[in-house]
Design a protein around this ligand. Structure first.
Ligand code: NAD
Ligand code: ZN
Length: 346
């Protein structure tokens, strides 16, 4: 008899996800089978839950969702040499090809053929996931299952924050969502001087204050330029990390940067937006778009930083058994939470 597992499926063309029973995946010679311990709910999962325009185009019905996970290896493909049964792990959710120029040059994160776990192929909101051994990342003992489950978004934060030299620099982060807050923690760890993080949601800024030593600004009620004067920033911020996807935040960032300032942009604007290009030109600003994590350099740096004291644990604000997933999604939908962890062992 085929062994079955619980999993969260996008089964209908309407709002929601559905807990179902499906056969445990069969693995190929280059794969491992991972028993999931914990998963994180991501903004992407919320898009899929809401069944918005993007997800209707990007996601096929019937897919198992989720891509932020930790677990342990319970089966190993015939050709996999360097992984062992029982190894705790997380994994890179971008499945890359090996044909493109970028992939063949080793810049895997730039591969245009990338497929997303839990978006284009069956994901991690399940008791088991099949993953190519190549995508598996071993977890050292010092990294908990909970932190293991949020290495994907922490990786977004690390990739963005380490895109430009931050040592001694003044850094502006727009958007105090979980990723913006973790980016502030990384910037602090990496040796930035002043770190200012903005949001329009006070709950998010309160969470930021709880996680990291940074100055928070609610741009609905406080002036960013006043904060800059208080910090004695005469010209502006050296580096901006855009983590909100809001065009208002992006334009505010451009105005608040020094001449020759740099922006790493992770936030995804929901549609085409208006940008003051002349300011960008006259200020000679460099803008870098960030997608995913550098495979696997971001993972390497992230794990080393966590082992050396980077602490983002307080960004996790709720943990629930997987069967109570609706509670987790509803908390996320309310907009003020940090990371929410689902436990698949219970
Ligand atoms: P989130 O939605 O939880 O956080 C975004 C925050 O920005 C919210 O707290 C919101 O209140 C705030 N915000 C809105 N308008 C603002 C403004 N004018 N000024 C300052 N803050 C404002 O998102 P998250 O999960 O932390 O992710 C951050 C961003 O990164 C999102 O846009 C997400 O879509 C994007 N993302 C991109 C990638 C990638 O690979 N490029 C990966 C993951 C997430
Ligand atoms: Zn994610």
């Amino acid at each position: 008899m085929t062994e079955m597992m619980r999993c969260l499926v996008k089964d209908k063309s309407e709002v929601g996800l559905w807990m179902q029973r499906r056969p445990i995946p069969k693995i190929g010679p280059e794969d491992v089978l991972i028993r999931i311990r914990k998963t994180g709910i991501c903004g992407t999962d919320i898009h899929i839950w809401n069944w918005d325009d993007w997800s209707r185009k990007a996601v096929s019905l019937g897919i198992i969702t989720g891509h932020e996970f930790s677990g342990e290896i319970v089966e190993i493909g015939a050709n996999v040499k360097d992984l062992k049964l029982g190894q705790r792990c997380s994994g890179e959710g971008h499945l890359i090809g090996n044909k493109s120029r970028q992939a063949r040059a080793g810049t895997f994160h730039l591969d245009p053929e990338t497929m997303g776990v839990g978006v284009n192929t069956d994901g991690a909101f399940a008791e088991y996931i099949r993953l190519p051994a190549f995508n598996t990342v071993k977890l050292p003992e010092s990294i908990s299952d909970e932190i293991g489950a949020i290495l994907d978004p922490l990786g977004n934060a690390v990739h963005t924050a380490l895109s430009f030299d931050l040592v001694g620099e003044d850094v502006l982060i727009t958007g105090a969502g979980p990723i913006g807050i973790m980016a502030a923690a990384v910037a602090r760890f990496a040796g930035a001087r002043n770190i200012v993080i903005t949001d329009i949601n006070q709950e998010r800024l309160d969470l930021a204050n709880n996680v990291v030593d940074a100055v928070t600004v609610n741009v609905m009620s406080q002036s960013l330029t006043d904060t800059m004067s208080k910090l004695n920033l005469k010209q502006g911020f050296d580096v901006g990390l855009e983590m909100s996807g809001s065009s208002a935040a992006f334009n505010q960032m451009v105005s608040a940067l020094v001449t020759g300032g740099k922006i790493a942009m992770l936030g995804i604007p929901p549609s085409k937006t208006e940008v003051d290009w002349s300011q960008i030109v006259f200020k000679s600003i460099i803008i870098k778009g960030i997608y995913g994590r550098e495979i696997f350099e971001t993972w390497y740096k992230m794990i080393v930083m966590l082992e050396r004291g980077l602490d983002v644990s307080k960004v996790i604000t709720k943990e629930i058994p997987a069967n109570k997933y609706k509670e987790g999604f509803n908390t996320m939908l309310a907009g003020g939470s940090g990371k929410i962890i689902m436990d698949w062992a219970h």
